[in-house]
Design a protein around this ligand. Structure first.
Ligand code: SAM
Length: 237
C-alpha cells in the first residue's frame, strides 16, 4: 500500500496510508499523542510501583513510542525490556523522513549534554536486527519481532507488565479490536499489568473485562474525547 509522510498539528510527522486514509499517529499531533496515551496514561503508573518493567508494543511502526520510552527509562531510572511487534517494518527512507529525534528530545533538557549519545541510541534502535535481544542502553533492552500480532505465542517473551496497544483504527482493521487478539495479548501479561490504548471502543472494553481487566476511561489526546486503560490487579490510584 502506498505510504507518504505528512505533518501533524504539533509539527511532528507521521505516515499516511493513502488506500486506507489512515495515519500511524493522530493528525492532531503525533508526539503529543504518544506522550499522552503511552507515557502519561501508561508507563507513568509504574514509576512508583516497580523499577524493572517489561513492555509489549502492539505495532512498533516508526519506533516513536519506543524511543520516548527509552528517554523515560533514563529520566526515571527504570530498567525496561521492550518487545515491539510489527508485521510491516518501515523503510529506512521513511525513518529518516519522520525523524522524531528533535521533536522528542526537546522534552528532556536534562539530557542535552548527552545529545550525541542519544542520537546514537535513536539510530541504533532502528538499525537493530529483528528477533535479537539488543541492549541499547544499560537501562533499555529492545527486541523487535517481525510477525503478525495473531501469531504471538507464550514463547515470544516473558510476562509483560505493560502493553502499548497501538494498532490502526477499527475502521480499517476491525479484527484487531475484537476479543480474539485481546485473548492472545492478555495471555502474555503478568498477573498484575496494564494495557493502554488511544481508543475507547466498546468491543475492546468488553474484551478487556472478559480477560479480568478493570477498564478506566481517561480524556483522550487532542482531537479525541476519550481513551482507555485496562488494569489487572493493579492499584493505580
Ligand atoms: C498505528 S501504527 C503503530 C505506530 C507506532 N506505535 C509508532 O510509534 O510509530 C500500527 C502498526 O501496526 C502494524 N500492523 C498492522 N497490522 C498488523 C498485524 N496484523 N500484525 C503486526 N503488525 C501489524 C502496522 O504496520 C503499523 O506499523
Amino acid at each position: 500500500m502506498k505510504r507518504k509522510i505528512v505533518e501533524t498539528e504539533d509539527g511532528s510527522k507521521t505516515i499516511h496510508i493513502e488506500d486506507w486514509n489512515e495515519t500511524y499517529h493522530s493528525i492532531h499531533g503525533a508526539v503529543q499523542e504518544a506522550f499522552h496515551v503511552f507515557i502519561n496514561n501508561g508507563l507513568k503508573f509504574y514509576k512508583h510501583h516497580k523499577k524493572q518493567i517489561k513492555i509489549l508494543e502492539i505495532g512498533l511502526g516508526t519506533g516513536l513510542n519506543s524511543f520516548i520510552t527509552l528517554l523515560e527509562s533514563e529520566r526515571n531510572q527504570l530498567n525496561i525490556t521492550y518487545f515491539g511487534v510489527e508485521k510491516y517494518p518501515i523503510a529506512a527512507e521513511e525513518f529518516e523522513a519522520v525523524n522524531y529525534f528533535e521533536d522528542v528530545f526537546k522534552f528532556y533538557p536534562e539530557l542535552e549534554t548527552r545529545r550525541e549519545e542519544f542520537w546514537g541510541y535513536y539510530q541504533k534502535m532502528f538499525a537493530s536486527n529483528w528477533e535479537e535481544i539488543i541492549e541499547i542502553t544499560p537501562n533499555f533492552t529492545l527486541k523487535k519481532n517481525e510477525k503478525d500480532f495473531f501469531d504471538l505465542t507464550a514463547h515470544d517473551g516473558d510476562q509483560f507488565d505493560l502493553v502499548y496497544f497501538d494498532a490502526f483504527g477499527s475502521q480499517v482493521q476491525p479484527e484487531l479490536w475484537e476479543e480474539n487478539l485481546l485473548n492472545i495479548v492478555t495471555d502474555l501479561t503478568n498477573s498484575s499489568s496494564i494495557i493502554t490504548t488511544y481508543a475507547a471502543k466498546g468491543s475492546f472494553k468488553r474484551g478487556l473485562k472478559a480477560n479480568h481487566f478493570t477498564v478506566k476511561k481517561f480524556p483522550g489526546p487532542p482531537g479525541k474525547r476519550e481513551m482507555m486503560v485496562g488494569f489487572k490487579n493493579f492499584d493505580h490510584e
